[in-house]
Design a protein around this ligand. Structure first.
Ligand code: AHR
Length: 325
């Protein structure tokens, strides 16, 4: 075998090995020129709560720091608005598109348009369901299934696996609502923990309060033991409703939640929330690292998860001062 044919074989082999990793689309011009100012379209899903404000702020601050021209849109929780935003980014020939998808389904047509235009798509925060996962370059965010498992495991340990749960669900059809419900429900199978009711508060503080008020009309003290909230904002809204009903959150009713807002970690210190699993919104640096690699034609892992931690009475007081969101 000649040197030329050996080198060619090695190149083909490397291509096959890397085929499982995400990569920007091939273009006639090749990867973007190094040093070129990047233009990135970010289709944010909404502005529903404190977590989302921290997420948006992280993207905007990091784009400024890196000199990225960030075209930002906020879809008010409506998938059709996000799809229009993505179409507009395609028409503007941005270098890459970042989407934090409202819901998991309905993305194929617009992702095919992005692919046809040779514009890579990076998913941030929320995943999607598509038949062809090559329609996006990679996903960067938290592992919502793991969050549901972690909080269920804490609950099993701290209740001896017994109790009646009211569930405050996030936005219907969204990856965090689906995964946090399914993983939690699977993890409590075989215990005497049961979800007796589930209602959506749309990841909003007033949504959580309204759902809890309705629960408190339907169920009296003693009918339930635990509130599992898919996020901190709904949990904080529910706490307001519980206190207005003359009950003590954290004592009369166990409150468990996800996100890790500073306010929620402080509520653990105050004895009003019992456990919070983190979901880090400060995604700007990691997502723009991925964008830069994809645009440069480098390979990136298909999925990168944040290392999220758990807070309860054992560590909340030490952690609260350094919470950044
Ligand atoms: O997708 C992440 C979730 O969306 C966060 O838990 C929640 O607060 C936000 O609305």
């Amino acid at each position: 075998m000649t040197f030329k044919s050996t080198a060619l074989s090695l190149l083909v082999l490397a291509g096959l090995v890397l085929a499982g990793c995400g990569k920007g689309p091939e273009t006639a011009a090749g990867p973007a020129a190094p040093g070129k100012k990047l233009t990135v379209g970010f289709a944010q899903e909404g502005a529903e709560n404190a977590w989302r404000a921290a997420n948006t702020g992280s993207f905007q601050a990091e784009a400024k720091k890196r000199g990225i021209d960030l075209k930002f849109t906020e879809a008010q929780g409506k998938e059709e608005n996000q799809i229009s935003a993505v179409k507009s980014f395609i028409a503007q020939h941005v270098d890459a598109i970042v989407i934090a998808p409202v819901v998991e389904t309905g993305w194929e047509p617009v992702l095919k348009e992005a692919r046809d235009a040779n514009i890579p798509v990076i998913l941030s925060d929320r995943s999607i369901k598509v038949d062809d996962d090559k329609l996006y370059a990679c996903f960067v965010g938290s592992d919502f299934k793991k969050e549901g498992q972690m909080i269920a495991q804490w609950l099993i340990q701290h209740t001896g696996g017994k109790g009646r749960i009211l569930e405050l669900v996030g936005t219907p059809g969204s990856a965090p609502a689906n995964d946090r419900h399914n993983a939690f429900a699977d993890a409590i199978k075989g215990t005497n923990l049961t979800i007796i009711d589930s209602q959506s508060g749309d990841f909003k503080r007033d949504g959580g309060k309204q759902v809890m008020e309705a629960f408190l009309k339907k169920y009296k003290k003693g009918d339930f033991d635990i509130v599992y909230s898919h996020n901190d904002d709904m949990a904080i809204g529910a706490i307001q409703a519980i206190e207005e009903a003359g009950l003590k959150p954290g004592t009369d009713i166990l409150i468990i939640s996800i996100d890790g807002l500073k306010e929620a970690v402080q509520a653990i210190v105050d004895g009003k929330i019992n456990c919070v699993v983190e979901c880090n919104p400060l995604a700007g640096p990691v997502v723009f690292d991925a964008v830069a690699k994809v645009v440069a034609g480098q390979t990136v892992p298909r999925i990168s998860y944040n290392p999220d931690q758990l807070f309860d009475q054992t560590n909340a007081a030490a952690a609260v001062a350094s919470r950044q969101y």
